[in-house]
Design a protein around this ligand. Structure first.
Ligand SMILES: [Zn+2]
Ligand SMILES: [Zn+2]
Length: 73
């Protein structure tokens, strides 16, 4: 009887490689991310860019109001 398999511990769920958009709820390989943890996918960002960015250089997080830069994660 071997119990090597039973001894294998499950890894704790930490950081997923796939990010979940807080706007549409879908899981995407890439999301814009705020320091507060808010994530928004590329397509939602494009839809809401008029409300989140006034200059297309920075976007404002709807959660905390912090300004984040495009392309500078
Ligand atoms: Zn989305
Ligand atoms: Zn934020």
């Amino acid at each position: 009887m071997s119990d090597t398999r039973a001894n294998r511990r499950k890894r704790r769920w930490r950081r997923p490689s796939i990010q979940q958009c807080h706007c549409c709820g879908q899981q995407k390989p890439f999301c814009w991310r705020c320091r507060c943890g808010f994530e928004i996918c590329q397509s939602c960002m494009q839809e809401n860019v008029w409300g989140m960015s006034c200059n297309h250089i920075t976007w404002q997080c709807p959660d905390c109001g912090q300004l984040n830069g495009f392309g500078n994660q």
